[in-house]
Design a protein. Structure first.
Length: 225
């Protein structure tokens, strides 16, 4: 080649052009997927370890030595859940308790019937009935008189009663005390015939009953044989 006739510098660029270099991305897909799977599996294992409670040691604690003295370990027992047992009551009316032992049901209160209020139809008062009102007895005998007090028109006041018997020179008075309501009420009075009375005489008796402004007198007679 003659001088000056060769190709000038940079003349290679004018020749045939070469194709551009394209990176091969397919060869990075598999390693990328493996790396992503490893990250996911590692994260799952990490959270699983955090959520798992530490193991509880079942072996007894070792004894402790303090000042040359061995102190046995203290074991704390775990409380066990106990379900209360309910048994069938053994007797009627019994209520099962939490411990399973029957307890007696509270007794039902019985209503006490009330007495209707009394409505008076007139002035309150009372009557006294004596039996016997006439009697015959020997000297030294005892005659028992039965006295019954009945209320009238809602009468409910105390009554003071006395009995008096007499004949000529003989006189006797007996205080029967105060009779309190409710009425009717019955009382007995025993009268002993004096030995000093002659046969054939008749003793006249009187029962006086007083309550406030009300006074009743009932007559009696006793013939001595």
């Amino acid at each position: 080649m003659e001088p000056g006739t060769g190709p000038e510098p940079g003349a290679e660029g004018t020749g045939a052009s070469q194709p551009p270099i394209v990176p091969d991305w397919k060869k990075w897909v598999v390693p990328g997927l493996v790396l992503a799977a490893a990250v996911v599996i590692g994260a799952a294992l990490f959270f699983t370890v955090l959520a798992t409670p530490p193991p509880v040691s079942t072996s007894p604690p070792a004894p402790v030595t303090i000042a040359g003295t061995t102190v046995p370990p203290t074991t704390i027992a775990r409380p066990h859940h106990r379900t209360p047992v309910t048994s069938v009551p053994a007797t009627p009316g019994a209520i099962p308790s939490v411990t399973g032992e029957p307890t007696q049901a509270p007794a039902q209160e019985t209503a006490v019937p009330t007495t209707p209020a009394c409505i008076p139809a007139g002035a309150p008062g009372f009557t006294v009935t004596i039996s016997p009102d006439q009697a015959t007895a020997h000297r030294g005998d005892t005659v028992v008189y039965h006295m019954t007090i009945d209320a009238q028109n809602c009468f409910a006041d105390p009554i003071h009663m006395t009995v008096t018997a007499g004949f000529l020179f003989f006189s006797q008075t007996q205080d029967l005390g105060v009779q309190d309501p409710p009425f009717p009420k019955t009382l007995d009075y025993a009268f002993k015939v004096p030995d000093t009375l002659p046969p054939g005489v008749t003793l006249n008796g009187k029962v006086t009953s007083t309550s406030g402004t009300i006074t009743r007198e009932d007559q009696l007679s006793l013939t001595v044989q």
